[in-house]
Ligand binder design. Structure first.
Ligand code: PMP
Length: 408
């Protein structure tokens, strides 16, 4: 297929025209939050101007229109990741809430002393802290699959760590710090051989690569709209229907019920059993619009464009030998590059490149234990998406050179 038409795409993102004191914005913080195209923003204004109403229970026209759009948004998201249908897609606030939903609704009830949750050293705090704290409450234990020197999972260690004591394997699909794309289908096989569930954190994979949850055969998968051209405040939990069916609700209240008496309650069908109270209606509808936008541009095209930019950034940053880039080589990464420069703190670096209009992230990227393993307290991270250009990579590299000179 034809490569991505970046200049046409850029016109759909008004924010990319921002300047700071005459210096154009170079937005390379996409792994934290991506920008939002006009049609997604307009889907929110359309909702509020034309059919704002509460969903599910309304008889009147507006409520029916809102309900259909909100419920169909689940179908669009289900199709996007190869789920069987809306019954397998619960809208949550974000990836973090999806993880907590399973940890509270399943973990708190099912885990106990002697049980193990297997994570990886490259987990985001969204999964690491969640399972660590649920383990503390239940007496279960967390074990961590180590990484190799080049930032991949040590799969021999994984095969030893995942045992019949393992009840949940929670693994990040694409690392937001190393850029590593993990062999989640293989890990799913290993987990299932031991009758364990596997939860795949797709926050950094769903925006950038074709995902099919049935191919992976994961039990749970989660991602956030705001990292894939959608709004904040909405994300999705995928769960296999029979597992979600057997799981206790996470939040109780209106909308998640079928019949209530003073004594007891029958819960609603999937996915509404897990969506108590008035949901984020406009955000859910805009999430589906973002998915359709990505499908129109083409997820494979987005993947190739963004990973090509990341490889170019890797190459250009490596021109100096004072640079350490974390994770696997340039051709095998999710489209981000986390790095450090000798003698320059990541925060100082990010602050100086910001003076040149370049937005990158500095810190631990919610992977503090991984940074301990890497022997760095922080790193700088540039991350790319469909509207970025090679010229923007050059602008980053030049700004990094300026920072080098300032601190030399
Ligand atoms: N997992 C990974 C790998 C991430 O990069 C992020 C976002 N930084 C999250 C989970 C959490 O996403 P959210 O903040 O949208 O819940």
């Amino acid at each position: 297929s034809a490569p991505l038409d970046v200049s046409a795409r850029r016109e759909e993102f008004p924010i990319l025209d921002r300047e700071f004191d005459g210096t154009p914005l170079v937005y390379l913080d996409n792994a934290a939050t991506s920008q939002t195209p006009k049609r997604v923003v307009e889907s929110i204004t359309d909702y509020y101007y034309e059919y704002n109403a509460n969903v599910h229970r309304g008889i009147h026209n507006l409520s029916q229109e809102a309900s259909i759009a909100y419920e169909e948004a689940h179908d669009t998201v289900a199709d996007f990741i190869g789920a069987a249908g809306r019954e397998e897609i619960v809208f949550t606030k974000n990836t973090t809430e999806a993880m907590n939903l399973v940890a509270y609704a399943w973990g708190l009830n099912e885990l106990g002393p002697g049980d193990e949750v297997v994570l990886t050293e490259m987990e985001h705090h969204a999964s690491l802290v969640t399972w660590q704290q649920i383990a503390k409450k239940t007496g279960a234990e967390c074990r961590y699959i180590p990484i190799t020197d080049d930032g991949r999972l040590d799969m021999d260690a994984a095969r030893e760590l995942i045992t019949d004591d393992t009840k949940m394997v929670s693994v990040v699909h694409a690392s937001n710090t190393l850029g590593t794309v993990n062999p989640v289908a293989t890990l799913a096989d290993i987990a299932h051989d031991h009758d364990s569930y596997i939860f795949v954190d797709g926050a950094q994979s769903a925006p950038h690569m074709a995902v099919d949850v049935q191919d992976i055969d994961c039990d749970f998968f989660a991602f956030s709209a705001h990292k894939m051209c959608g709004p904040t405040g909405i994300g999705a939990l995928y769960g296999k229907e029979e597992i979600l069916d057997a799981m206790e609700p996470y939040l109780y209240g209106g909308d998640m019920i079928l019949k209530v008496t003073f004594e007891d309650t029958d819960f609603n069908e999937l996915p509404w059993k897990f969506e108590a109270g008035t949901p984020s209606i406009s955000e859910g509808i805009a999430f589906a619009e973002a998915v359709e936008y990505i499908e129109d541009v083409g997820i494979d095209r987005i993947h190739d464009h963004s990973t090509d930019l990341a490889a170019y950034a890797y190459e250009r940053l490596s021109e100096h030998d004072d640079v350490e880039i974390y994770g696997p080589g340039p051709d095998e990464r999710s489209p981000l590059v986390a790095f450090n420069i000798d003698g320059l703190h990541a925060h100082d670096l990010a602050s100086i490149v910001n003076d040149y209009g370049v937005a990158i992230r500095a810190g631990d990227h919610c992977t503090q234990p991984l940074h301990d393993v890497l022997g760095a307290s922080a790193s700088a991270r540039a991350s790319f998406y469909l509207y970025n250009t090679r010229e923007e990579v050059d602008a980053l590299v030049e700004a990094v050179d300026e920072a080098r000179q300032i601190f030399a």
